[in-house]
Design a protein around this ligand. Sequence first.
Ligand code: FDP
Length: 341
Amino acid sequence: MDHAADAHRTDLMTITRFVLNEQSKYPESRGDFTILLSHIVLGCKFVCTSVNKAGLAKLIGLAGETNIQGEEQKKLDVLSNEVFIKALVSSGRTRVLVSEEDENAIFVESSKRGRYCVVFDPLDGSSNIDCGVSIGTIFGIYMVKDDHEPTLDDVLQPGKQMVAAGYCMYGSSCTLVLSTGTGVNGFTLDPSLGEFILTHPDIKIPKKGKIYSVNEGNAKNWDAPTAAYVEKCKFPKDGSSSKSLRYIGSMVADVHRTLLYGGTFMYPADKKNPNGKLRVLYEVFPMSFLIEKAGGQAFTGKQRALDLVPTKIHERSPVFLGSYDEIEEIKALYAAEGQKK
Ligand code: FDP
């Protein structure tokens, strides 16, 4: 990127302008998606500001409640959840909402109802809040017919049916990565303008990668294909260099790096957690959607991640996602293991 030229840029592609441009390609479009997205963007800006001043505003620390996953809720989680629910409902474009923080799905009252269902994790990676490590919001969007009473089936759909997905990372800068089905684009918040500006157009994940990312503390409980892949990363037998290990432990940050630099991000099954840790609807699906749209792959150890059909809103699944060739290797290891059985 030419930073000098960039500094003098006057023709800014804001996220709203970008989505309006996309919308103009579909003359039948009613603009509902653009309105929904502007409410999500507002939620992201609000959470970004809250994360930035968390220390000052004493938002760091426990809120005194435990969420349905049995995790302690942080004040920022509670706040972010409220912000997103209010922003989504007030858009008048949503129907069913699923949040990581709420045990039950939210069915939007009929006067405020629209065609979109949003599944989201308002503040993912929350164990990192107190030490200032990057955290983020993850969201996936389904569009359903608006001719029926909303039900859970509206959101219990495979990830390949999503019409859009994205995340916002609250890090050294605030970055929103979005796919509306064709390509993946990254926008960075310009705090002086209060606008997300297109900074990473048409992101493509490198076909191969030099980084692997996994919680190696769980290695003693891994299955054979996961252990074999990681062993190969560290001790390649084909004369190639060993891969680097990078694990932040905050999914948005680990996936963001994987998307830009290539490699693999894994949260595999293990003996203690046969379904892994990450939640299908609002972690595995949106991230798999983005990785696929950027040219990579996402695999559960058994199938393409986006083909999973969830039966419960907080279901978990193992996931291996990243560069196309790396995931091919992991798929081959699982296929070989399957033949042994
Ligand atoms: P966190 O527990 O801090 O909220 O699913 C949540 C998540 O973070 C992901 O963001 C992250 O990738 C993963 O859990 C980290 O889990 P481990 O601590 O088990 O490695």
